[in-house]
Write a protein that binds this ligand. Structure first.
Ligand code: HEC
Length: 187
């Protein structure tokens, strides 16, 4: 009887835990989708209007304020941003806990392992960070993040002017570029 009760209790706590994790993942997914689609739509519109050069100027000027706008639109204390080991904007440089996760992701990627779509890390009692890897998955990424043979020379000139310390080049198609990170505080 006691054993049954214990296993029922254990089961219910794991179930609770699983649904809690699902809830966190769903919240993270929604936040990532919002930032990703906003950035993509605006990047595409600028590419169509004025080519890579205009798009480069646009990203340089607007990526941070778009990220901010998306974040203030959330009802809760949910915060989404992009980060990378080889960042262009130092505002996107990884915090020390994020660096550890990115380095592990890069190791796994280099070893040919499939990275999880979403990785949940608990950072303290009620705070979580959810990571989604970002890959160089379109040819156009290389115009601004590729090597010298793929980069758009004039667009890159604009980029370098805005980010003299740029580390976000020499990527190849399929490379791991960084991650979306969503910080979720549970009340
Ligand atoms: C027209 C040029 C351009 C194109 C095309 C482009 N990017 Fe970027 N990317 C930038 C600029 C400029 C920044 C810096 C934005 C900022 O200030 O936050 C950036 C930043 C990033 C960041 C944030 C981390 C960092 O380095 O600061 C990621 C991740 C990223 N780009 C991925 C991609 C991917 C994936 C693609 C293809 C789907 C892509 N980019 C296409 C110009 C570009």
């Amino acid at each position: 009887m006691y054993k049954q009760l214990l296993s029922a209790l254990l089961l219910s706590s794991t179930l609770l835990h699983a649904s809690h994790e699902a809830e966190i993942k769903q919240e993270a997914k929604d936040a990532i989708l919002k930032l990703k689609s906003t950035l993509q739509t605006r990047l595409k519109a600028n590419l169509q209007k004025g080519g890579v050069l205009q798009a480069a100027a646009f990203c340089s000027r607007k990526a941070q304020s778009i990220t901010h706008e998306v974040n203030v639109s959330f009802a809760k204390e949910t915060r989404v941003h992009r980060t990378s080991l080889h960042y262009r904007n130092s505002e996107n440089s990884p915090k020390s806990d994020e660096r550890i996760v990115l380095e592990q992701m890069q190791k796994d990627f280099d070893a040919g392992k499939k990275l999880p779509q979403l990785l949940v890390k608990q950072t303290n009692e009620n705070t979580y960070k959810v990571y989604k890897p970002i890959f160089i998955n379109k040819g156009v990424c290389l115009k601004c993040h590729g090597d010298i043979t793929h980069r758009d020379a004039s667009a890159y000139k604009t980029i370098l002017k805005n980010y003299p310390q740029d580390k976000a080049i020499n990527y190849k198609m399929g490379d791991l570029r960084g991650a979306f990170v969503v910080k979720i505080v549970q009340r």
